[in-house]
Design a protein around this ligand. Structure first.
Ligand code: SAM
Length: 283
């Protein structure tokens, strides 16, 4: 196993600190430091950059980020058992790693880091999608993050980068691609992790666009997209009944056939629909 610093190999760290993986915390660790360094290179040159890492665990990816030159890493870890191991990483990189013990869903990174911030994480699967949706729906755009480099189950990664007309296309694709560029940067088999998960994984890389691709109110867009894909097999005139009033008129105003199904509507089409809805409501 390659070493990128003077710290012990990760298997030793896990043995020393008794870090048997806990399923309830989504713990599938990356122990190959060459692999974590590869993931840390996905955002580009990190020299001097600020990085937010969620779920550092025993610190493999954290060490990759620091070895790649990150100036400041804020790492939020829920499992208190990992904190002594992470303290050793912090000691090896003085002043560059701050570790917070707690739930990432409750911590405001902006209380600890200043933008621009690269977010890099081998996410716990149970909170990954919720965090992604939060990062994609901030109150102001462009967001505080300058890139997201996130490990997901491959099936979720495919949904983020999916194109209209494909089975994977849905709410996540529209949300992600409306105002960010999203691509799959790396695919990993189960045996890249300890213990191996049941499914393949993939690293998704997202960069925010300075402004949305098509104008729309974010809440209106979220509302129509959620409703449209909630009953994705239905024609839109039926799936969108919950909007009330003249749904066919709204679809016509957006240039979408009432018999169309959600998975064939482009992001541009959904944005037009959100604008038509806003116009109807006098917005
Ligand atoms: N980054 C490490 C690696 O690549 O080997 C660990 C990745 S493991 C898939 C996910 C990590 O997230 C675990 O260390 C787990 O304890 C932590 N975690 C789970 N839920 C969390 C939460 N809500 N907030 C912060 N960390 C969490």
């Amino acid at each position: 196993m390659g070493t990128i610093d003077n710290l012990p190999p990760l298997r030793e760290v896990i043995a020393t600190h008794g870090l048997a993986a806990k399923k309830s915390l989504g713990q599938n660790f990356l122990l190959d430091l060459n692999l974590t360094a590869r993931i840390a290179r996905v955002p580009g040159d990190l020299t001097g950059a600020s990085v937010l890492e969620i779920g550092p665990g025993p610190g493999g990816l954290t060490r990759g980020l620091l070895a790649e030159g990150a100036g400041r890493v804020l790492a939020i870890e829920k499992d208190a058992r990992c904190l002594p191991a992470l303290a050793e990483v912090a000691a090896a990189y003085p002043g560059r790693l701050e570790v917070i013990g707690g739930d990432a869903l409750d911590v405001d990174p902006l209380a600890h880091l200043s933008p621009p911030i690269h977010v890099v994480a081998n996410l716990p699967y149970n909170v990954g999608t919720e965090l992604l949706v939060r990062w994609l729906t901030p109150e102001v755009w462009p967001p505080y993050w300058s890139s997201l480099t996130l490990m997901f189950q491959q099936e979720v990664a495919e949904r983020i980068v999916a194109e209209p007309g494909s089975k994977a296309y849905g709410r996540l694709a529209v949300l992600a691609q409306w105002r960010a560029e999203a691509r799959i940067a790396l695919r990993l088999p189960p045996d890249a992790f300890t213990p191996p998960p049941k499914v393949h994984s993939a690293v998704v890389h997202l960069r925010p666009l300075p402004a949305p691709r098509y104008p729309a109110d974010p809440e209106m867009l979220s509302k129509v997209v959620a409703m449209a894909f909630n009953q994705r097999r239905k024609m839109l005139r039926a799936a969108l009944k919950g909007l009330g009033g003249d749904v066919e008129g709204l679809l016509a105003a957006a240039g979408i056939a009432p018999t169309e199904r959600a998975e064939r509507v482009s992001i541009e089409g959904f944005a037009a629909l959100a604008r038509a809805l806003a116009a109807r409501q006098g917005g």
